[in-house]
Ligand binder design. Structure first.
Ligand code: NAD
Length: 244
């Protein structure tokens, strides 16, 4: 199936984990794909890599402009770059709140602002934001991270309303714990990473972590013309966590 033949996509945070799996899947399905990342050095052809920091508006604008010029337009923005934070409200100071908020929320706003003029030119325009079950699940020890993802969820709904009549759909995916380098780094910091991984898997309703490819599949659906009547929704990719 070549759902994305002729479409051009930009994936932020596309050098690793969910973003990389998404960039690879869209390219396999026929899209021309650009990746924006802090470190695009591992991004290989046919993907195009652009170095940018989503906390730096000028670098985002420059990378998006270069990607649009090289791709010859833009139909899909996958707003995926994000970082984690652990702890209760007493554990993270103002500086940490500003730092994580700047990446996870305003970073998505910056990429959207830079991409919207090009997306308006597309007849299949879609934005997919990588949110999280943390937006609505009330996870312990994740106050700051959850607040940023709650904001991403609200941003998705507001943007869907704002850009509906411009023909730009805006949706988000809500992954559960996904097996990415990020989660790998967290596990590696445990005393016994293998035991911690097994315990983490056992805590999931399905008994295993979600794969990056499974999240990419949901993002691809929401980015593709197959979901042409869907906007302002969140799609859970959490191995059954919601509702169990
Ligand atoms: P990852 O660390 O494997 O990949 C994140 C990528 O984003 C990296 O390539 C990194 O370089 C890039 N990045 C980080 N800060 C950036 C910045 N300031 N500017 C540009 N690029 C930047 O992480 P992942 O697990 O694939 O997470 C991707 C997204 O998925 C995040 O938004 C995260 O919140 C979300 N998410 C992850 C999980 C999970 O369990 N892994 C669950 C729910 C949601």
């Amino acid at each position: 199936m070549t759902d994305f033949e002729g479409l051009k996509a930009l994936v932020t945070g596309g050098a690793s984990g969910i973003g990389r799996a998404t960039a690879d899947l869209l390219a396999e399905r026929g899209a021309q794909v650009a990746v924006l990342d802090l470190d695009p050095s591992a991004v290989e052809k046919p993907l195009l890599g652009y170095r940018a920091d989503v906390t730096d508006d000028a670098s985002v604008r420059q990378a998006v402009a270069s990607a649009v010029a090289d791709l010859g337009g833009l139909d899909i923005l996958v707003n995926n770059a994000g970082i984690g934070a652990q702890g209760t409200v007493e554990d993270n100071d103002d500086e940490e709140w500003h730092r994580v908020w700047n990446v996870n929320v305003i970073g998505m706003v910056r990429a959207a602002r830079a991409a919207l003029p090009q997306l308006r030119e597309s007849s299949h325009a879609a934005i997919v934001n990588t949110c999280s079950i943390a937006a609505t699940a009330g996870l312990p020890q994740r106050a700051l991270y959850s607040a940023t993802k709650g904001a991403v969820y609200s941003l998705t709904l507001a943007m869907a309303a704002d850009h509906l009549r411009e023909g730009i759909r805006v949706n988000c995916v809500n992954p559960g714990t996904a097996d990415t380098p990020w989660v790998g780094r967290l596990l590696d910091s445990a005393t016994d990473p293998a035991a911690e991984r097994a315990a983490l898997a056992a805590r999931q309703p399905s008994g295993r972590l979600v794969s990056a490819a499974e999240v990419a599949g949901a993002i691809a659906y929401l980015a593709s013309p197959l979901s042409g009547a869907t906007t302002g929704t969140s799609l859970a990719v959490d191995g059954g966590m919601q509702g169990l």
